[in-house]
Ligand binder design. Structure first.
Ligand code: ZN
Length: 299
């Protein structure tokens, strides 16, 4: 184990950041993936991914980091953070990429076009020479990751995303703090640029299957409607509950898994949930439900 990495994890947690272990010398999560879920411990009630297992609990952190020299991942969503990730162009000497501006440059140009100062906030340098600008995410809106939405080579990490914390090391370099000031709130002009566009509840009904038995179709129709119209703050829980109710019809062969996933995916997205979050919630609910599905007579 490495005391520096343990200290980096504990310091991040002290600041309210939810951390989880990344593979030593790597930036991929060290936790098991869904395909290899043992179904024990944190996952006793169904697989929980890194975003759900990230923690600020010093005891859990000490236990986890005593096992190996894990790098430190910060799950941005549960930490209430939005991190702007300014990337470097790939250093492959592919013809035409020389002179490609970095994310730092394109972000500065974006600020200038918007007539705004480059925001002053907690900032780290990444192993590749890029930068991470940390902001507190606004309340009342659930932002997800974006890639290139603000400017070329500028990504954002929020719900469904994570960043590698300062103190972590990769073979190519280290993550270091370059501005230690407190994390600033996300500037309003950046929020405006990131706000998900309001999408009308698109023809949900078209996505519903035209076969299967009546009870199954009715349940799917009712439950996808509940998801599509769920209020902010209830949306993910509703998706979880509703998908679980309908999943047994897949187990019984009344509906296919694909049509159930598609219908709930559309419903979740039209309610405003990020696509990636819908997919991962649906995958784990359906996996769990199909493993635990009881025969029709038993219900
Ligand atoms: Zn698991």
């Amino acid at each position: 184990m490495s005391t520096e990495l343990l200290r980096a994890a504990l310091e991040a947690a002290e600041r309210g950041r939810h951390v989880f272990p990344l593979r030593p010398g790597d930036k991929r999560p060290a936790l098991h993936g869904e395909a290899h879920c043992p179904g024990t411990g944190d996952c006793a009630g169904g697989h929980r991914k890194w975003e759900q297992r990230a923690t600020t609990d010093p005891d859990r952190i000490r236990r986890a980091w005593s096992a190996a020299s894990f790098n430190v991942g910060i799950a941005t969503g549960p930490s209430g953070l939005l991190v702007v990730d300014l990337d470097m162009p790939k250093r492959k000497s592919i013809k035409g990429t020389e002179g490609t501006p970095s994310g730092v440059t394109t972000f500065m140009a974006l600020c200038e076009r918007a007539g705004q100062a480059v925001p002053a906030t907690y900032r780290t340098r990444t192993a590749s020479g890029g930068e991470h600008l940390y902001f507190t995410a606004p309340s009342g809106i659930r932002l997800s990751n974006t890639a290139g939405a603000l400017a070329p080579l500028v990504d954002t990490r929020a719900w469904g995303g994570y960043v590698v914390a300062a103190g972590s090391t990769l073979p190519s370099g280290n993550y270091t703090v370059i501005d230690a000031r407190p994390v600033a709130p996300l500037p309003a002009w950046l929020l405006e640029a990131l706000r998900p566009s309001e999408r009308p509840a698109q023809s949900l009904r078209l996505a519903l299957p035209k076969h299967g038995n009546r009870a199954a179709e009715t349940a799917l129709e009712r439950e996808t409607e509940l998801v599509a119209t769920a209020k902010e703050g209830r949306r993910e829980a509703q998706l979880f509950e509703s998908a679980r109710k309908v999943a047994r019809f897949v187990g019984w062969g009344d509906l296919t898994r694909q049509e159930v996933e598609q219908a709930f995916q559309m419903a979740g997205e039209s309610a405003g949930l990020p696509a990636s979050q819908c997919r991962s919630t649906l995958r784990s609910v359906l996996n769990w439900s199909l493993r635990n599905c009881r025969p029709r007579e038993a219900t």
